[in-house]
Design a protein around this ligand. Structure first.
Ligand code: ADP
Ligand code: MG
Length: 597
């Protein structure tokens, strides 16, 4: 088919299984019926034996002889055109199809159609192209032979054949959705596999990290050790520039992994890009504290950069480094909090240092856990390291509260401040708005400022945000803010967070916010302040501290139609597969593909 390509494009189909997985929206039953059943659409072999046209009413009555049932059937046409007079002449033979009704005690068929093909159950598809075209595509491409050569087994092939070419109604009713899930996962992973392209690396990097690790004032977690050795293996390879993403909750100790990677790159250069100058500064400070003294470190920000980046071994910067026209090349680049950057910025960083076909090793770090199943899929495109443990056992109590708990909350806040700990209160808005049933910062701040000392205020659009955060870190008691604090700033004395209007936020955002407290293992509290205390999503959020678990919950609630804010990524869309539940199926699909290749 010449135009098949065009049609595939319209259907957004890129693989044979994409086509096979287009499920019919319904079926029309064209098998001949053996008896009359009132209320059903039925099909019969029929001969016209009488025609009666009632021109006044615009109706036509036709009587058919159903030879196989040996009865006469009356029918009525309400919409009559010359086509009908012509078609249903006395003595003509038809396969008629229409709904059987009982009218004033008389059985009739209403508005019969004369159809061409009988003896089958015909799928109907609701797609962007007309039915006859998609059926033509299915007939051409969805054959047993083609399905087997995709790597499916006979159960899967037989299921797809039944889906598109059912012989009986039972065929359709008995479809096993687990098999459909498997085919969907299999197809998705297969497509991703096809997209993976390898480039040669700029250098093989094998600097020794042993000494760096043994000089650290703490022992690495097992996850940190594992990821560092995965990276060690990656970076040695000159034939293949690695693309790896390290995903771990806030506070899981990713910075040390960044520093260890810079040590492995030495004596070659490495570059790290961070989303805010505060984060860049924090990493710079940790780098100066922990990296061996012979490594030269530079910090690039829009204002007050530190060190000479041209001669530095490890360059840390914000996106400002993308606009330096004399950036030195580096065989290792890294991006922290990668989801805060657009793809373009990440690609630009890569291009700055790439040389012809050779690309830098590229490590990305993310504090946004994704469900394990999704990670299993995405690892087809990019290598993944998941960190599920934190160096400090987190001890955070999460509680849903409302107005009636306010006095108790105040006492807890006072208690924390008296222990030299800090408190963060997150408001939904800066200014008053009637659209939201909660106070804004502007409305709330008077209360806190009258009652407490050392109250600081900042928000997303605040130009002085970073200065205020730094000042708060040293001398603040209470910080009033909007969700700006989501970015991984570290406030080690923070032990209590109140999130106002918590049900308005997605679980991922709530998790990021909760991750601000108890970073160094101090006993901490997270209060979700809401007018809807019975909210199920918030209740289940209270029960777990694991980001991976929360990503899973998030999927579940999203499916159940709970309305969330815009901070959640759109996620993968599957018709059958449920990423929250179907880990085993995804695993099986991967294994099948491994065995095939
Ligand atoms: P992340 O970037 O994953 O959110 P960080 O790298 O900022 O986390 O680490 C959080 C804190 O834990 C930092 O103060 C860091 O120095 C400390 N830290 C990291 N690894 C360990 C460890 N293995 N043992 C003790 N403290 C650690
Ligand atoms: Mg970090």
């Amino acid at each position: 088919m010449q135009e098949a390509k065009e049609l595939f494009k319209k259907l957004k189909i890129v693989s044979l299984l994409d086509l096979a997985l287009i499920t019919p929206s319904g079926y029309s039953n064209n098998t001949l019926s053996k008896e009359l059943i009132v209320g059903e659409v039925q099909t019969f072999k029929a001969e016209v034996i009488n025609v009666n046209v009632n021109l006044n009413g615009g109706r036509m009555h036709v009587v058919f002889n159903l030879s196989e049932l040996n009865i006469e059937l009356k029918s009525i046409f309400f919409k009559v055109t010359p086509y009908h007079y012509d078609k249903f002449k006395i003595g003509t033979h038809h396969y008629i199809q229409g709904k059987i009704i009982s009218f004033r005690g008389e059985i009739q068929m209403i508005q019969p159609r004369s159809i061409q093909n009988v003896g089958g159950i015909i799928p109907k598809y609701s797609t962007a192209i007309p039915n006859h075209q998609i059926r033509e595509l299915i007939r051409t491409y969805i054959t047993k032979k083609n399905l087997y050569s995709e790597g499916l087994n006979r159960y899967e092939v037989s299921l797809l054949m039944k889906l598109h070419y059912p012989k009986t109604l039972e065929d359709i009713e008995s479809l096993d959705t687990d098999i459909l899930k498997f085919i969907e996962a299999f197809n998705h992973i297969k497509k991703l596999r096809g997209k993976k392209i390898h480039f040669p690396a700029l250098e093989s990097l094998n600097g020794n990290v042993e000494e760096f690790i043994s000089n650290l004032p703490f022992k690495l977690t097992r996850d940190q050790e594992r990821v560092i050795s995965e990276i060690e293996r990656d970076l040695k390879n000159r034939d293949r520039a690695v693309k790896r993403i390290v995903i771990g909750d806030v506070g899981s100790g990713k910075t040390i992994i960044i520093l260890a990677s810079a040590v492995m790159a030495y004596p070659h250069k490495s570059i790290l890009m961070a989303p805010t100058s505060l984060l860049a500064l924090q990493i710079y400070e940790e780098a100066t504290k922990f990296l061996p003294k012979y490594m030269k470190i530079a910090l690039i920000k829009q204002r007050d950069s530190k060190g000479d980046y041209l001669s530095a071994d490890f360059i840390i910067g914000t996106h400002a480094l993308l606009y330096k026209d004399d950036m030195p090349t580096a065989p290792l680049i890294m991006v922290d909090e990668q989801h805060r950057f657009g793809t373009k910025q990440r690609v630009k960083l890569e291009q700055i240092v790439a040389q012809g076909k050779r690309k830098p090793h590229f490590l990305q770090f993310s504090a946004t856990p994704i469900p394990r199943t999704q990670a299993m899929m995405e690892s087809e495109l990019i290598d993944m390291s998941l960190i599920t443990t934190t160096p400090f056992k987190k001890d955070i109590t999460t509680e849903v509260i409302d107005r009636s708990d306010f006095n108790r909350l105040l006492k807890e806040i006072e208690a924390q401040i008296s222990k030299n700990n800090q408190v963060l209160i997150v408001y939904p808005l800066v200014e008053e708005s009637c659209a939201i049933a909660y106070q804004s910062i502007d409305e709330g701040r008077g209360f806190w400022e009258r009652r407490f000392k050392n109250v600081f205020v900042t928000h997303g659009k605040d130009k002085r945000k970073e200065e205020i955060l730094i000042e708060f870190r040293e001398k603040g008691d209470i910080l009033l803010a909007t969700t700006v604090v989501e970015v991984g700033i570290s406030l080690p004395r923070l032990t209590l967070i109140v999130i106002v209007g918590a049900e308005r936020l997605g679980l991922a955002t709530l998790h990021q916010l909760r991750g601000r407290v108890g970073r160094l293992g101090l006993k901490s509290w997270c209060y979700l302040f809401t007018n809807d205390k019975s909210n199920k999503r918030l209740q289940s959020f209270c029960k777990t501290l694991s980001g991976f678990e929360i990503a899973k919950l998030d999927l579940k609630f999203r499916k159940s139609g709970d309305i969330l804010d815009g901070t959640i990524q759109s996620g993968l869309q599957f018709k059958w597969l449920d990423l929250a539940e179907d880990e085993d199926i995804v695993k099986m699909a991967k294994e099948r593909l491994n065995n095939l290749s």
